[in-house]
Design a protein around this ligand. Structure first.
Ligand SMILES: *Cc1c(COP(=O)(O)O)cnc(C)c1O
Length: 350
C-alpha cells in the first residue's frame, strides 16, 4: 500500500547523500511526538534498544527490581535484564494486560519501576497503575511496541510515565522496512540523555560524555515511517472495522473472543482469541488454508533463557494458561471482505 509514496521517499533519501541522523529523523521525531502528544521523541535502532536504553537512562540496574506482566513478548523482559535488573512477574487481567490489583503484593524495597506493556494493541488500566507508582515512588516505563496511538481515557499510551518505548519493526502497526524504534518522553533531560546515549555518548563529534551505544535511526527508515504515519489513522480504522466484524460475527462456543476495557482503546495489533481446543483449531484452520500464530507459546519465565531467574512452572497460572490457549487469527491491512467472510464462516463451523 502507498507504494508510489514509499518509492519516491526511498529515491529522495538515496539521492540526498545523508543516511544517518539527518533531516528525515528530525522531522519524524517531531511528527511522532505530536502524534502521541509527547514533548520529545528520540529515534533509535529498535524497540528492544528503546527498552534497555530507557532503564539505563533511569539508572535502573543490578540489585533493582522491575515489575512486568508475565505474558509479554520476551523483549520486554530483556530490556530489564540487559541492565542487570531483575524482572518480577505479575499475572495479566482478562484483557491480557497487567492486572493492576496484583501489583502491590509484588513491591519490595528493591522495586524501582513498573514496565507496563499495552499488549496486542490495547491500552492498559492506567488509573490504578499511576496511583501505585505515585504511592510507592516508582518509575513508569511503557512498552508501546504494539500500541501506537492506543489511548486510555483519551490519553495516548507512551505518555503516562517517564518514558514510552516504541518499536517500528515491519509487522507493527507503524512499521518500517527494517528495524527501527524510538522513545517518547515529556522530560527534557531524559530526552537529552537518550539523544547523547544513542550516538556513542557524544553530543559533539569525537567528544564523548558517557559510555553510550550505537542505536541510531536510519534516514531511510525515518522517511518511510513519515509516509506511513500520515496514513496510520486510516490503516488503524481499517483494522478496527475488520475486528468489529470478527467480534459481531464470530460465534462458536469453543472460542472466547477478546474484550476491550471501558475507557481503553484497542488498535488491534493482533486479534487474539482463547480456546481450550487450540491444537485442533490450528490444524483445522491450516487444512482450510488459514494461517494462525500463537502470541506467545512460552512465557518468558519458562523460556530457557530465563531459567536462571528460578521462577518455576506453576508460579504464574494465568500467564501459563494463556500461553496454552491464545491464538491470533489473520488480521492485516488490505484483507478483502471475501477473506473475512471465509475466515468467519470457517471458524464458526469448527
Ligand atoms: C516487537 C516488540 C518489542 C521489540 O521490538 P523490536 O523492534 O523487535 O526490538 C518489544 N516489546 C513488545 C511487546 C513487542 O511486541
Amino acid at each position: 500500500m502507498y507504494q508510489a509514496e514509499f518509492e519516491a521517499k526511498a529515491l529522495e533519501v538515496l539521492r540526498s547523500g545523508w543516511y544517518v541522523l539527518g533531516n528525515e529523523v528530525k522531522q519524524f521525531e517531531t511528527e511522532f511526538a505530536n502524534y502521541v502528544g509527547a514533548k520529545h521523541c528520540v529515534g533509535l535502532a529498535s524497540g528492544l534498544d528503546a527498552l534497555w536504553i530507557a532503564f539505563r537512562i533511569l539508572g535502573i540496574g543490578a540489585g533493582d527490581e522491575v515489575i512486568v506482566q508475565g505474558n509479554t513478548y520476551i523483549a520486554s523482559v530483556m530490556g530489564i535484564t540487559m541492565n542487570g535488573a531483575t524482572p518480577v512477574f505479575v499475572e495479566p487481567d482478562e484483557y491480557f494486560n497487567i492486572d493492576a490489583s496484583k501489583i502491590e503484593e509484588k513491591i519490595t524495597d528493591k522495586t524501582k519501576a513498573i514496565l507496563v506493556v499495552h499488549l496486542y494493541g490495547q491500552a492498559s488500566n492506567m488509573g490504578p497503575i499511576l496511583d501505585i507508582c505515585k504511592k510507592h515512588n516508582l518509575r513508569l516505563v511503557e512498552d508501546c511496541a504494539q500500541s501506537h496511538g492506543a489511548k486510555f481515557n483519551g490519553k495516548t499510551t507512551g505518555t503516562f510515565g517517564d518514558i514510552g518505548c516504541f518499536s517500528f519493526y515491519p509487522s507493527k502497526n507503524l512499521g518500517a522496512f527494517g528495524d527501527a524504534g524510538a522513545i517518547v518522553t515529556n522530560d527534557d533531560s531524559i530526552a537529552e540523555d537518550v539523544r547523547v546515549f544513542r550516538n556513542y555518548g557524544s553530543e559533539k563529534r569525537y567528544y564523548n560524555k558517557v559510555v553510550g551505544a550505537n542505536s541510531r535511526l536510519d534516514e531511510i527508515q525515518a522517511g518511510f515511517l513519515r509516509v506511513r504515519l500520515k496514513h496510520l489513522d486510516e490503516l488503524a480504522l481499517e483494522k478496527k472495522q475488520i475486528c468489529e466484524r470478527y467480534l459481531s460475527e464470530l460465534k462458536n462456543d469453543k472460542i472466547e473472543l477478546p474484550k476491550t476495557r471501558e475507557g481503553a482503546t484497542h488498535i488491534w495489533h493482533q486479534f487474539v482469541l482463547k480456546t481450550d481446543y487450540r491444537d485442533e483449531l490450528i490444524k483445522y484452520l491450516d487444512d482450510k488454508g488459514i494461517g494462525t500464530i500463537i502470541h506467545y507459546p512460552i512465557p518468558p519465565h519458562l523460556s530457557e533463557a530465563y531459567q536462571y531467574l528460578g521462577v518455576k512452572e506453576g508460579a504464574l497460572p494465568i500467564t501459563e494458561k494463556y500461553a496454552k490457549s491464545v491464538l491470533s487469527i489473520p488480521l492485516y491491512n488490505g484483507m478483502t471482505s471475501e477473506e473475512q467472510d471465509y475466515i468467519i464462516k470457517t471458524i464458526n463451523a469448527f
